[in-house]
Design a protein around this ligand. Structure first.
Ligand code: AG3
Length: 283
């Protein structure tokens, strides 16, 4: 049987059985493959790195979306940069009063995800509360004078087209698109194998925001241990939202989840010591 061999991190490769290749295309921007695996269902890879899978995407996307929305409590407008598979958008649509702008550079990712992995977006792209923009996210935030309560940076890892989405300049432009008390969330990789990425984001975001940290979730298809989401805001109260308040917001939001609970939300911010030490270590 053919093997998909992800060599994203040096010295460790993720091998997945390819039951069947569903689609393969080298777009102008990225090398895209969709294949079937017996544990993960359909898997989408871009430039050789697993982006999302049918069976574990709920963990990644629920934690990306419900943590900032319920921590903030009054979110109306959300900007997603990347996220062309529609997984974050689907979770956002669960929140009744939320309007979403999704900016992805690659239309092909959206079309193929809708066609071959429809459960991931679950119709979110057809929802009138979602505005889709095909554009370079960097340029978009530089030029926009609109404001959002939460900005979700659902990017690839910092290689290739996604690299610019990890620069201080981009974070600064995002900040200028945040409403007061707004929150930026980033996909920040797997700390055990991507320590320098974590450290760099911590420095860059730390220069711009009062409250910068990470929260964690284990995503089975992202090899190497728990994954870190970056958290950046000037409103220090959001992170301190107590359990009773989160639980009430969760009930009031009437959202159905399979991973997120208010307890998991709080616990995700507890950083193991080795990760805390990464943040203070010189690189
Ligand atoms: N965002 C996350 C990509 C992470 C890839 N890293 C890895 N394979 N270790 C992709 C888009 C999901 N909506």
């Amino acid at each position: 049987m053919e093997l998909f061999d992800e060599g994203l991190h040096s010295g460790v490769n993720l091998a997945l059985n390819v039951e069947k290749v569903i689609y393969r295309e080298k777009t102008d921007l990225q090398d895209l493959v969709i294949f079937e695996n017996n544990q993960f269902g359909r898997v989408m890879s871009l430039d050789g790195a697993v982006q999302t899978t049918e069976n574990d995407e709920f963990i990644y996307h629920e934690m990306f979306v419900h943590v900032p929305l319920l921590a903030h409590g009054k979110v109306r407008r959300v900007l997603v940069i990347g996220g062309g598979d529609g997984g974050a958008a689907r979770q956002l649509m669960k929140h009744k009063n939320v309007m979403v702008t999704l900016v992805d550079i690659d239309r092909t990712v959206i079309e193929l995800s809708k066609k071959y992995m429809p459960s991931i977006s679950g119709g979110a792209f057809d929802d009138p509360r979602l505005e889709l923009v095909i554009a370079d996210g960097c340029k978009f935030v530089k030029e926009s004078d609109a404001r959002w309560d939460v900005i979700i940076i659902d990017s690839t890892d910092p290689h290739g087209p996604g690299e610019v989405l990890y620069t201080e300049e981009f974070y600064r432009d995002c900040k200028s698109c945040l409403s007061e008390g707004g929150i930026i969330i980033t996909q920040n990789g797997v700390p055990f194998v991507q320590e320098s990425e974590l450290r760099e984001s911590y420095d860059r975001l730390g220069r711009l925001f009062k409250d910068v940290t990470f929260y964690l979730a284990a995503i089975p298809s992202y090899v190497g241990g728990v994954m870190a989401y970056g958290w950046a805001t000037d409103e220090t109260g959001h992170r301190r939202a107590d359990l009773a308040r989160l639980a009430q917001r969760y009930i009031d939001a009437e959202i159905e989840t399979d991973y997120y609970t208010p307890e998991v939300h709080q616990a995700a911010f507890a950083l193991p010591l080795h990760i805390q030490k990464m943040l203070t270590r010189e690189l």
